[in-house]
Design a protein. Sequence first.
Length: 155
Amino acid sequence: MVRSKPAQCVVVALAATTLTALPADAATGYTPEGICGNGFGRVDDGTRAVVDGHGIVFGHVYLLYSARTGENCAVTIKTKYVGEPTWTGVSLARRGLDKRQDANYFTHYAGPVKAYAKGRCVAYQGVVTGLRAGDRFVSSTPRALGERTAWGNCG
């Protein structure tokens, strides 16, 4: 099949547009803002790689904040085992209050975990493993962790 020059230019232009419009996490197509919802934005020091003991990245954990509602939101997005239901989790702790979490056999992400935290410091953590439903956890089960244990974002 022979294409005319204008048709080839249109195909190239469309391909270039598609490549530049990829989401923040191209592996899953999900973004933390999309998962947390309208009004949430990433905070300073609000992204951690979820890595195993060998430095292999299994995903990222994100902390977001909504100035309108005073809520923080945490989410873990997988980059390894994407599409496979493996044990994946996210937690959000509020200093002096509680720790909220979401963990299960998820295919793409864990969360969102939201908590009102205006005037409170928070910490967050994400985990991604290779553990599938029905499997037993053993020392060789692939697992990765990303976290900020220091209290921060105390707005």
